[in-house]
Design a protein around this ligand. Structure first.
Ligand SMILES: Nc1ncnc2c1ncn2[C@@H]1O[C@H](COP(=O)(O)OP(=O)(O)O)[C@@H](O)[C@H]1O
Ligand SMILES: [Mg+2]
Length: 634
């Protein structure tokens, strides 16, 4: 029985496969216990991620909105509906003042038509305008949020596809928060800009009606519009930098708060609470300055923006009133002009805003493309095949490797492991031991030479099958905020409780797990029950053992575990999986002693290879490393 009712398969189909012209791998043979759990006894929810309908254009030479266009085009039904409806709604609205003019002049002043007909017409138009307005907004928001969801999926999907080297270069936390605000600004612009353009077109129509009623008065009424436009632009020009500064300072404050919460133990241990409070106060003050500045600018400009239209109305009243008194204009015309002016005001102001939004969206889109145009360095070769029936022979054939443009970490690493062999890999800190582990699973690709499993170059096989056959337990085990059961079953989500328990026993974790408040259903990880370093390591080992890979790499995986528990783990390992090829990266002599063969790594190559006893006699470096560890552990 699984601890949870729902299984969220958010990894979903490998959309990336076909979208980026990387061959889609055949799914590896289903692991053995998947069938049993497929019945899903609790009948829970199963959500499957489907991914966006379209992709951005891959051509970096296109302008930013042309690249975004395919995504908006994939929602064209709702998008076009919203634009058409908003057009209709605005036309209905523009018809009303004209009708009003007619009503006042003909029905009230000259009694040539009946009033109630006009009233009914106005009500009908109002209802039509309202209904189409509501529908247009509904479709517009739907499009906007669907576009936003698509962009977000594209980015996250792409991030999961990118190689480790990308994450070495960027600050992932910043990346995510930046992506979020960038997505929002692109979404806003690409859906609302067309709407504003529609409104501006309607402005032309309204102006047309004004011209029809009285050309001279129309021109007089429009006098303030260019001023309004200029004022709108000027205000935004001064507000715009401040809004950027505010954003940046807001992020600064958030970072400090975040660090203080996550690093609270360090802060308290060094009694730096006061310094941190000062740091926060500084940042908060800088933020407050930006906000006050923003408020002051708004305060200076908004009276203009709000009252300029009134000036237009006053002009209309003065000139129009004069014309009415002299009988050249109907009273209704003044009312209609009034309504049209109010209608024109919004698009004129928003046109200015559109330019700013456009600049911002462009910058945002470019940052999004920066991520989406990033290509993973580790990809499957066309024609990559699944690694099956692995014997377990592991070959490092004159491997050369360095991270990015940095120094070479492995310069001529040459090592051959028989199937089923267990070796201990020893070396100083920073010698490149973990790097060796990362090359086997293709977290990085070698710069020269090759890594082979049973004579298959790891670059020739599919990534999924490779990683299913090579289990790596890292020295810093990351646990998810889910139950112990789910953490152990991470690589095999349908594993039965029995299988999970067996893996936990082999990792000497069963006893402490059953002592937890809810046993295997205890939620652990960042937002759960706090486990000790050694307990976390044991869960991480169980997680890898459950997948039962024919090649196992333990990278300092038992460093935080008591020596006697560690030997229990290794006894269980030895008994359970005698035929497994194992690399143990370790410092402790007790751990190293588990391997018959010991390899010493130094300056990027193998400098000693033999039994523990042989190395003690022949390798001064080996003796030195052991002496150091013993001194450290007391
Ligand atoms: N992601 C990385 N980016 C750049 N350099 C790295 C990265 N990981 C490790 N290194 C460097 O590579 C060298 C070997 O690291 P590593 O394999 O972790 O050593 P070990 O596990 O033997 O302590 C070190 O000098 C380290 O600074
Ligand atoms: Mg290491």
């Amino acid at each position: 029985m699984t601890g949870r009712a729902e299984t969220i398969e958010s990894r979903g189909p490998r959309v990336t496969g076909h979208r980026y012209d990387v061959p889609v791998s055949n799914p590896p043979a289903p692991p053995t216990d998947r069938g049993a759990a497929d019945a899903n006894p609790l009948g829970g929810v199963r959500s499957t991620y489907r991914g966006p309908r379209a992709e951005i254009s891959r051509d970096p030479a296109l302008s930013w909105w042309r690249r975004i266009l395919p995504i908006i085009a994939s929602h064209r039904a709702t998008f076009v509906a919203s634009i058409v409806l908003s057009f209709a709604s605005l036309i209905f609205q523009t018809l009303v003042p004209n009708l009003l003019n007619g009503a006042i002049t003909n029905a009230l002043a000259h009694h040539t038509t009946t009033l109630h007909r006009v009233v009914i017409e106005i009500i009908a138009l109002g209802v039509l305008a309202g209904v189409s307005g509501i529908l247009s907004r509904h479709y517009l928001y739907r499009t906007a949020y669907e576009v936003e969801a698509d962009l977000r999926s594209l980015i996250y999907e792409h991030l999961t596809w990118l190689s480790f080297s990308f994450y070495d270069r960027v600050q992932s936390g910043q990346l995510i928060s930046r992506a979020n605000s960038d997505i929002r600004s692109v979404q806003m612009y690409s859906t609302f800009a067309p709407l504003i353009v529609v409104q501006a077109c309607i402005g032309v129509l309204a102006f047309g009606f004004m011209l029809k009623i009285d050309p001279l008065l129309a021109c007089i009424a429009m006098v303030v519009m260019p001023i309004l436009y200029v004022v709108g632009i000027k205000m935004r020009r001064v507000l715009f930098p401040i809004s950027w500064i505010t954003q940046a300072r807001l992020a600064d404050v958030a970072t400090i708060v975040d660090e203080n919460v996550n690093g609270v133990r360090v802060v308290k241990a060094f009694a730096q609470e006061e310094a941190e409070i000062n740091r926060l106060a500084d940042a908060a003050e800088r933020l407050a300055w930006a906000y006050v500045k923003d408020a002051r600018i708004r305060g200076q400009w908004s009276p203009w923006v709000q009252n300029l239209p009134q000036l237009g109305l006053a002009l209309v009243l003065a000139f129009g009133g004069y014309m009415v008194i002299h009988g050249t204009l109907g009273v209704g015309a003044i009312l209609a002009f009034n309504a049209y002016l109010l209608m024109l005001q919004a698009p004129f102001m928003m046109l200015g805003q559109l330019v700013m939004m456009g600049q911002r969206a462009k910058a945002s889109a470019e940052r999004i493309f920066e991520i989406l145009d990033e290509h993973p360095e580790v990809v499957e070769r066309p024609g990559a095949y699944d690694l099956v029936e692995v014997g377990g022979a592991l070959d490092f054939d004159h491997v050369r490797f360095g991270y990015g443009a940095g120094l070479e970490v492995l310069s001529d690493f040459d090592l051959h492991l028989e199937a089923g062999e267990t070796v201990a890999l020893v070396g100083r800190t920073g010698a490149g031991k973990s790097t060796v582990a990362r090359l086997v699973t293709r977290f990085y690709d070698v710069d020269g030479g090759a890594v082979r499993i049973d004579a298959h170059d790891v670059r020739d096989v599919t990534l999924d099958s490779l990683r299913q056959n090579v289990g790596v337990v890292l020295d810093e085990p990351f646990l998810f905020s889910v139950s112990v059961h789910e953490n152990i079953a991470y690589g095999l989500p349908h594993a039965s409780r029995d299988a999970v328990e067996a893996a936990a026993r082999a990792a000497a974790a069963h006893d402490f797990i059953t002592a937890l408040p809810d046993g295997y259903d205890t939620v652990v990880g960042e937002r759960g029950y706090t486990l000790s370093g050694g307990q976390r390591q044991r869960i991480a080992i169980a997680r890898t053992l459950l997948v039962n890979p024919p090649i196992l790499i333990l990278d300092d995986a038992t460093s935080a575990i008591d020596v006697h528990v560690e030997s229990a783990i290794h006894r269980a390992l030895g008994a359970l999986m005698a035929s497994r090829t194992t690399i143990i990266i370790a410092h402790r002599i007790s751990t190293i002693a588990l391997a018959r063969r010991v390899i010493v790594l130094d300056e990027g190559r193998v400098v000693a290879d033999g039994t523990h006893q042989e190395l003690l006699e022949n390798s001064p470096l080996y003796a030195e490393i052991l002496a150091q560890t013993m001194a450290q552990e007391g």
